[in-house]
Design a protein around this ligand. Structure first.
Ligand code: G1P
Length: 277
């Protein structure tokens, strides 16, 4: 199974920090945000992580490329632990496809249609970190129990935040698992069918790629993955898993990025995992 990480966005909420540096490369405690997401995909049973990149963001590719020269220098200076860290990052199984224009999340996912083929696949949005790597495996259990159906992670969101998310309607079929009957991207609070917001982790049926090719631009003039999932409901079952809000950390705005840095830093300290260098 492949894991897709869309990363071709402009990072406008973080300007000017993202003028010369991709948002995905911003530091979260000890590594760039996107490294958590790649590690999560690989830890969740994906055989390959495919980053959907834009041509301008070379720093992401450089981060995941081997750097024998740096490794050599570090070893010569007696920094074997850091050399191992650099070798490890360069060895992660990451490849790239390119989105030429920022036409929305649905369009970005569709750029990897050939790589995905006819298998289910994961989509991981980089704005959300799941350091325990425990969300996708739970979603796979739900998918397997329902004949390989698509599963999306959702969480209850406060009323004043509903319009920031994709929102589902559905029926709870077992503890925390909903059979989805409708999806709406960024509804006004009055139009939202529930307060369950889509939370940046998806396990999708390959059929969604065909649907994405036919979807018209939606909210914000962008091709929305949420709209394609709503259309998929006419053909296939879709489930939603209500996730524990403590398992996911938002880094999508400067405020939430700072809070996530603080929380994860405190967590690391309590686990005694701050490194001597
Ligand atoms: C995207 C999705 C939306 C989802 C959100 C949070 O929106 O389109 O359905 O709820 O991520 O995971 P974005 O925040 O990229 O505008």
């Amino acid at each position: 199974m492949k894991a897709l990480i869309p990363a071709a966005g402009l990072g406008t909420r973080f300007l000017p920090a993202t003028k010369a540096q991709p948002k995905e490369m911003l530091l979260v405690v000890d590594r760039p945000a996107i490294q958590y997401v790649v590690e999560e995909g690989l830890a969740s049973g994906a055989d390959e992580v495919i980053i959907i990149n834009s041509y301008g963001k070379k720093a992401i590719e450089e981060h995941f490329s081997p750097d024998p020269e740096l490794v050599k220098i570090l070893k010569e200076r007696g920094k074997a632990d850091l050399a191992a860290l650099v070798e490890y990052v360069g060895s992660l199984n990451v490849s790239y496809v390119y989105q030429t224009e920022a036409r929305g999340l649905g369009d970005a996912v569709c750029c990897a249609a050939n790589e995905v083929g006819d298998e289910r696949f994961y989509v991981l949005l980089g704005d959300v970190l799941v350091p325990k790597n425990n969300m996708l495996p739970q979603m796979k259990v739900v998918s397997d129990a329902h004949g390989g159906a698509s599963v999306i992670a959702v969480m209850p969101v406060p009323d004043d935040q509903v319009s920031r998310f994709g929102v589902i309607a559905g029926v709870e079929v077992s503890n925390g698992v909903w059979k989805v009957t409708k999806l709406v991207e960024k509804p006004a609070f009055e139009d939202a069918p529930s307060n369950l917001g889509v939370f940046g982790r998806y396990l999708l049926s390959p059929r969604i790629m065909e649907i994405l090719k036919t979807i018209e631009p939606g909210v914000g003039g962008e091709i929305q993955l949420t709209d394609a999932l709503d259309a998929l409901l006419a053909e296939e079952e879709v489930y939603a898993l209500v996730i524990d809000p403590n398992d996911g950390y938002d880094t999508g705005t400067p405020e939430s990025w700072l809070e996530t840095n603080n929380t994860l830093f405190e967590l690391r300290k309590s686990e005694n995992r701050i490194w001597a260098r």
